[in-house]
Design a protein around this ligand. Structure first.
Ligand code: ZN
Ligand code: FE
Length: 258
């Protein structure tokens, strides 16, 4: 018998957020990842007959922790979140950081410390299930804004995620793909994989289909924030041969005012 895989349910909420349910079919344990809203979470759980054991938070922003206290009160679940953000996660029970593991039954998720968007941001990697829950750190063709971190910090966080296997499914917390892709084409117009991907994304969005999850392999090929080594990008932004963190910083700066 193979290693049991966790199931992941994706629930669109608010304007463009995704919250996720991660479920271990063997033990029945279920985690809610970054619940913004109570009612939508409760309905999604009920539709699947899943009873939540945990909330896993990636960072402290309200669209990721908004329903923490209400869901804790309702289900008596435990809240796991970033140790570095302990004081900003409502109802936190267990504070975790780089190198820690969290479990749904026997299914382990490695905690990765990925600061940049916020100073305490973490991601959860279920290696056996090839699933990464990365909040607002890595997006499809984008990355989180640097509200609390430096470009160097974010570049090292993204570099850490780039080490994961290409087939890793990336469950990010927002559907920003189309806007991200439009920006990506301005800095790397000659990337044929990017051009092809945008055609696919436009098609999906026309029919209201999510473009998330993505994969580490696809992001490495098309996400400008993972591609400061690209000659086309370096040329477009006039930083040929510059250090990779400097190229990353300039791409991020341009996106902020795109
Ligand atoms: Zn955020
Ligand atoms: Fe967010």
């Amino acid at each position: 018998m193979g290693i049991p895989k966790i199931e992941i349910a994706q629930i669109p909420v608010l304007q463009d957020n995704y919250l996720y349910l991660a479920h271990d079919p063997v033990s029945g344990e279920t985690a809610i990842i970054d619940p913004a809203l109570e009612d939508e979470t409760v309905d999604a759980l009920a539709a699947r007959g899943w009873k939540p054991t945990y909330i896993f938070n990636t960072h402290h922003h309200w669209d990721h922790v908004g329903a923490n206290l209400a869901l804790k009160e309702r289900f008596g679940l435990k809240i796991i979140g970033p140790a570095a953000d302990r004081d900003r996660i409502p109802g936190i029970d267990i504070a975790v950081g780089e190198g820690d593991q969290v479990f749904l039954g026997d299914a382990a998720a490695d905690v990765l410390f990925v600061p940049g968007h916020t100073s305490g941001h973490i991601a959860y990697h279920f290696a056996d299930s090839h699933a990464l829950l990365c909040g607002d750190t890595l997006f499809a063709m984008g990355c989180g804004r640097l509200f609390e971190g430096t470009p160097d910090q974010m570049w090292s966080s993204l570099s850490k995620l780039m080490q994961l296997p290409d087939e890793t499914q990336v469950y990010c917390a927002h559907e920003y793909t189309q806007a991200n892709g439009r920006f990506a084409l301005t800095v790397e117009p000659d990337n044929i994989d990017l051009v092809a991907r945008m055609a696919d994304v436009d098609e999906k969005r026309r029919s209201g289909v999510p473009t998330v999850p993505t994969s580490i392999g696809l992001e490495k090929a098309t996400n400008p924030f993972l591609r400061p080594m690209s000659e086309n990008i370096q040329e477009t932004i006039n930083l040929i041969g510059a250090p990779l963190p400097a190229v990353f910083a300039e791409v991020r700066r341009r996106k902020d005012s795109f």
